[in-house]
Write a protein that binds this ligand. Structure first.
Ligand code: ZN
Length: 177
């Protein structure tokens, strides 16, 4: 069946490092790739997650590669052969990660043309945003990798921060060279 033809290709991305690209047209709702990984306990997951957050702080690497699988298990995608880990985050997406409690699949959320980069939202919580800048380049980019739900919160935070900076600019602190 022609269905066997690989749906994706891994190559250099203009957004970040390597990316995953559609190797043929993909229909909305179609599965693109399974997010493979090692099933680990929440305790192990927290340990690995913290280690990788620390590393991300130093290297600016965005991805932590850990997915919530079920209440008591997570999936660590940092294993050889998991091409899905190269999928980049963007503020405008064309796919999403769907879990059935055992497996995670990346599924198209609209029709995708051959050659388009596959993108989904990593869904990171607001609290870690400074460690995960977003360079997706879309007009709606919020500048950081956060979940769709946390975007308004991030915008409020950033605009407050920008106002403070402007005030400081108008009244520069005196007495310091
Ligand atoms: Zn962005």
């Amino acid at each position: 069946m022609p269905e066997d033809s690989r749906k994706y290709r891994v190559r250099k991305s203009s957004i970040h490092g390597l990316g995953v690209f559609a190797a043929r047209d993909i229909k909305c709702g179609e599965e693109i790739i399974e997010y493979l990984g090692e099933k680990i306990s929440k305790e192990e997951s927290n340990k690995r997650g913290m280690r990788r957050q620390a590393r991300a702080k130093k290297t600016g690497e965005a991805a932590v590669y850990i997915f919530e699988l079920a209440d008591d298990f997570d999936l660590d995608g940092d294993i050889p052969g998991n091409d899905a880990k190269y999928i980049n985050h963007a503020c405008r997406t064309n796919s999403e990660a769907v879990s059935d409690g055992e497996h995670i699949h990346i599924v198209a959320t609209r029709d995708i043309r051959e050659g388009e980069e596959i993108l989904y939202n990593y869904g990171y919580a607001f609290e870690h945003f400074p460690e995960h800048p977003c360079k997706c380049g879309f007009p709606e980019c919020v500048g950081y990798i956060v979940s769709v739900e946390d975007r308004p919160k991030l915008r409020r935070f950033l605009s407050r921060h920008a106002k403070n900076k402007r005030l400081k600019g108008k009244n520069p602190p005196q007495g310091k060279a």
